[in-house]
Design a protein around this ligand. Sequence first.
Ligand code: ADP
Ligand code: MG
Length: 485
Amino acid sequence: MRAYAMYVDGRWIQAAKEGTFDVVDPATGEAFASVPDAQPEDVDRAVDAARRAFDDGAWPRASERDRARVLHKVSDIIRRERDRLAELEVRDSGKPMGEAEEDIDEAAFMFEYYAGWTTKVMGAIPPVGPDAMSLVIKEPIGVAGLIVPWNYPLLMAVQKVAPALATGCTVVLKPAEQTPVTALELAPILEEAGLPPGAFNVVTGFGASAGAPLVKHPKVDKIGFTGSLEVGKVVMREGADTLKRVTLELGGKSPNIFFADASFDEAVEGTCNGIFWNQGEICSAGSRVFVERSIYDDALQAMVDHGRNVKVGSGLDPATTMGPLVSKDQQEKVLSYISHGRKEAKVALAGDPPDDPALRGGYFVPPTIFYDVSNDMTIAREEIFGPVMSVLPFDTVDDVLRLANDSDYGLAAAVWSRDIKKALNTAKALKAGIVWINDSQPAPTEAPWGGYKQSGVGRELGPWGLEDYLEVKHIYINLDDGDSG
Ligand code: ADP
Ligand code: MG
């Protein structure tokens, strides 16, 4: 059992009130680490450090080349520490080892990707007439408060930390209370790479005592938040008093449209991965599966067969393809949606938890498939955030578009078809920030990520993710030399 401290101003500290809380391995239900329970005064300390590091410190003043060099080094160190980080991520979040390794690899790449952008943030010189010149330059926003969830603990943090640091912002990161470990592990990596003290700080704590004070803090310029719709709305409201720049990556109830002319096996596999990957704890999970009626029975059967073959167990076991949910709370929430779903729709698959006695205390929910779901049922409207698929039949393209778009969310969508015109026209008509054609879930670092409607505000990743950490400054120069010209 390791007792972690928090990282503030380049030092490892305890919470001012000395409280701590346990970090639980969701495969066993047993604690494997403890972290400080940050209170508002600890958030103050971290924000003050980040503020000083921004206003007077070396990081925002470093040359772009020097910042790039540090971020490249961070990638190298993450790669060196890959196995250790992946194992910690599995123990913290429950996900299977292979998925955790992919997360760590992508986190390393994100630092490399944004290291590249560091030296390529360009301004502009718009025409303003013959007697003046305008220079448009971009500057870091300032102190970024970054609040992240538990489903991709390191990746969601890095998705914000890397662009923030690339621009010269300084950071206070608050990981989710369920999964704080790899965020803390990032601190010595950044330090070893040469980041100066105060430029990166981590406070471990709960939403109300550590997240909310960060959102309200007058010395924080920007909040990058990924989490639930409910808390996203609170963040926007609470950030309004200080007119925070806010980006929100929230939930989804993403449609997955399975046309009869799709490559059948590929579509079955991709559709299942779209909801069973990462235990279904993905904001973009393809939780509403629309299947064209002519192949409805066959597709349902094939997806049930696929779901039966999912190997549920500890993420540390190489045979495992689905781990436990992150926490007891999350398990209870998902199980309650499943029991509600049994009253609304029909069950095609409801698996058993693993029978290994060592995993008896784990928070497992095996793959579950409901069918003959209609779009107005609770299981088709609310985000469940677990391995629960709802299957709905459809007849025409117009029908499925109307149903797919009938959601408060608009994060992602998948379309499976061999007809390129139909697939592209469907993609264009979907109200979603990400549409996959003949795939589900890839989120390359180079491309934008974010939602329409109540799935969020702003975009992360790619150059789009950089803009949210930059202010735009216009410098106007009068060039009129009077009548001498
Ligand atoms: P979930 O319900 O899936 O855990 P949340 O939206 O509650 O997702 O949590 C996402 C992140 O937001 C976590 O880091 C959590 O601690 C934080 N959080 C929760 N409530 C608040 C709040 N009122 N203000 C700021 N952050 C919060
Ligand atoms: Mg919550």
